[in-house]
Design a protein around this ligand. Structure first.
Ligand SMILES: [Zn+2]
Length: 128
């Protein structure tokens, strides 16, 4: 196996929140297996091109997000410490309908219902 894809042993312990566990130079070098809550940066820590991780729904699909500001859409991500990715991550694939935020190492699921209710503007009734 390529040395760049080596994930330190302790990173496999299931005690961490979401964070970056490795940086690889090409998308092909992202390891097949990733630790729970572990994401891999492709590129360099200062100029990441992609962030790859297994979807927190645990149904076994991999997420690959563009982090290169030269291409759209792109996501911004923290490199060290608890992982924060913005904006939210949405899979529109009919098989994998997943929509969530990664904030401070934790996943917050966004449900269609919540989304709908928060985006609907409801004017306040005044008087009668
Ligand atoms: Zn998913």
């Amino acid at each position: 196996m390529d040395d760049l894809t080596k994930i330190p042993l302790w990173e496999w312990l299931p005690i961490f929140g979401w964070r970056i566990v490795a940086v690889v130079d090409a998308a092909d070098n992202v390891p097949q297996r990733l630790p729970r809550n572990g994401a891999v940066l492709v590129g360099s820590p200062t100029r990441p091109k992609w962030i790859a991780f297994d979807c927190p729904c645990r149904r076994g699909h991999r997420i690959l997000l563009n982090t290169d500001k030269g291409r759209f859409p792109y996501w911004t991500t923290t490199v060290q410490g608890p992982l924060t990715i913005s904006p939210s991550i949405a899979c529109d694939d009919p098989v994998w309908r997943c929509h969530y935020l990664v904030r401070n190492g934790r996943v917050r699921w966004i449900h269609e219902r919540d989304q709908a209710s928060s985006s609907v503007y409801q004017p306040k009734r005044s008087g009668r």
